[in-house]
Design a protein around this ligand. Structure first.
Ligand SMILES: [Zn+2]
Length: 218
């Protein structure tokens, strides 16, 4: 099942993947990490923690901070847990602040807290953990539809102007077709027969283009 919302509206980076990793505090290797660590673009840019959004609708089970170190959930600092219809519980941890209370119903993309660094944490981030009813954890990356890899950025950077130019002579398009495409803005001339293709091309533009090309070329 795919998440209905991303946990941050403004994008994020995977700081630490789900699974075995080197502990960021002790340096110990192959320590189990039951969730995924995400850093919002705002936090990355030094603007402080971003709003954390519910990725699925559900009911808030807990909204609290545990300070007794004997309780392992004290490592999560301020956290909010949301039980979803599919029986999975989503834990949003290390929050600087909580915006919902236990018993509240939340929709997907509802702000439930502010990203922070409370509990066992080395910097502002969200630890997102997903558990089945039997307590087993699931890979949050699979549910978010992202890569479970440190450094993965969502959304991916848009294709830049550095992309390979589109070469008119290598395309097989007639000169008239190229002229037409430039005139309507689908191609942007970059000199010496190099063109940048408009991105994104709508389905309608594509249809018109194909129609036009077939008409001109044949
Ligand atoms: Zn974590």
């Amino acid at each position: 099942m795919r998440a209905e919302s991303m946990p941050f509206s403004g994008g994020f980076r995977v700081a630490s993947p789900y699974g075995l990793r080197t502990d960021p505090i002790t340096g110990e290797e192959n320590v189990w990490h039951g969730g995924i660590d995400l850093v919002s673009r705002a936090a990355e840019g030094g603007e402080g923690g971003a709003e954390v959004l519910a990725v699925f609708p559900g009911v808030v089970l807990r909204s609290r901070i545990v300070t007794d170190p004997a309780d392992r959930t004290s490592e999560w600092g301020n956290y909010v847990s949301v039980l979803c219809d599919d029986g999975l519980t989503y834990y949003y941890c290390h929050l600087a602040g909580r915006l919902v209370s236990a018993g509240e119903l939340v929709d997907a993309s509802r702000p439930i807290g502010i990203e922070g660094s409370t509990g066992r944490s080395t910097g502002i981030h969200l630890h997102l953990e997903i558990r089945r009813p039997d307590g087993e954890t699931l890979d949050p990356a699979g549910i978010l539809g992202i890569e479970n890899r440190a450094g993965f950025v969502f959304p991916p950077a848009p294709a830049s102007d550095q992309a390979e130019p589109w070469r008119a002579e290598a395309s097989g398009w007639s000169e008239e077709a190229v002229d037409w495409a430039v005139r309507v803005g689908i191609l942007k001339g970059r000199g010496n027969g190099n063109y940048a293709l408009k991105d994104p091309i709508t389905r309608e533009e594509m249809c018109v283009m194909m129609h036009r090309l077939l008409g001109v070329v044949s």
